[in-house]
Design a binder for this molecule. Sequence first.
Ligand SMILES: Nc1ncnc2c1ncn2[C@@H]1O[C@H](COP(=O)(O)OP(=O)(O)O)[C@@H](O)[C@H]1O
Ligand SMILES: Cc1ncc(COP(=O)(O)O)c(N)n1
Length: 270
Amino acid sequence: MKRSTVLTIAGSDPSGGAGIQADLKTMTAFGCYGMSAITAITVQNTTGVTRVETLDPGLVSAQLDAVFTDIRPDAVKIGMVSCKETIRVIAEKLTEYHAQNIVMDPVMVSTSGHRLMEPDAMDTLIRVLLPLADLSTPNLPEGEALSGLTIASGTDMPCAARKIYDATGHPVLLKGGHLDGCADDLLWNGREEIWLRGRQIKTKNSHGTGCTLSSAIASGLALGLSLESAVREAKTYLSGALAAGLELGNGRGPVDHCFRIEWGPRHDTE
Ligand SMILES: Nc1ncnc2c1ncn2[C@@H]1O[C@H](COP(=O)(O)OP(=O)(O)O)[C@@H](O)[C@H]1O
Ligand SMILES: Cc1ncc(COP(=O)(O)O)c(N)n1
């Protein structure tokens, strides 16, 4: 039997809501075999991030060798990459192994406000790693940092998405989850603006939404979907995971990756 394979290159969140942990849950929910190369260990939970330890870039490189020389990923998701050196080794290895279907979530700052990428790494990210990605998925603050434009409303999004496309040469999904009143995302592929309209679900529990979306897109690509279909399927998955209404932790809780699972013990009757 064969399974589509997806690799995440990202940071670890011990509370399981974001990073590697959210990525692997998402890949499993899509019926894919998930693998992970860890770039950093964070200390965080639903109330915030208290510590970040970047792993030695040589260790990231060795993890990538271990994966690519044994189980070839059908798609790769890249999340938190905290420093220039890590960005460089990832780019080298993805080029060396001719990695395909690369989705880059340019994680810069956690929603709780903790910096997850060193400020001087941005230039290397734009020049070295983003051009290798088949899709980047910035949120609005990341979109502003990458484009140098202010994005105050949905009408500012097309201009910013075009500018990021021009700088990277690849499609951009500019996510509108930080807008007031809607959750509309814009996919710009260099030819057409494709709006993915979303109803904003009233919840504080949106920890790891960006990680989940990018992993779901990578999983869709690994399964052979077109870019637009993969993005649409991912958005539908994330809406379901948000709407499920999981309540965990004392802060901004995670989304529910079990919402499609119809068997097993139920916990909602206790
Ligand atoms: N409250 C919400 N209801 C519905 N969709 C949301 C909500 N918050 C975020 N999203 C969606 O989740 C995805 C990630 O959103 P966003 O918050 O913009 O990025 P990030 O998690 O990287 O900060 C996007 O598709 C966005 O539209
Ligand atoms: C390891 C890791 N990667 C990414 C995020 C961003 O997620 P969020 O925007 O929900 O804080 C995070 N908090 N931790």
